[in-house]
Design a protein around this ligand. Sequence first.
Ligand code: SF4
Length: 73
Amino acid sequence: MAACHFLEKCHFFNGNISETPSAASDLKIRYCYGGGHVACARYVVCKKLGEGSVPKNLFPDQQNRLNEILGFI
Ligand code: SF4
């Protein structure tokens, strides 16, 4: 599976969001490297609303925040 093509400019991937190293590593394996990026909250916001709409502190697994951002709840 292809890695996410936002790796180079992603705030989460590049360590700009506070998280324990092991938790961050787990999320990167789950979302960034193995094709799971299509379910990543950051990825979805970027694709649907544009890069400028992605909150800097949004984590890949924050589906509730994703729904709020997209107006589903
Ligand atoms: S956190 Fe999401 S948008 Fe950022 S590199 Fe990983 S999969 Fe891509």
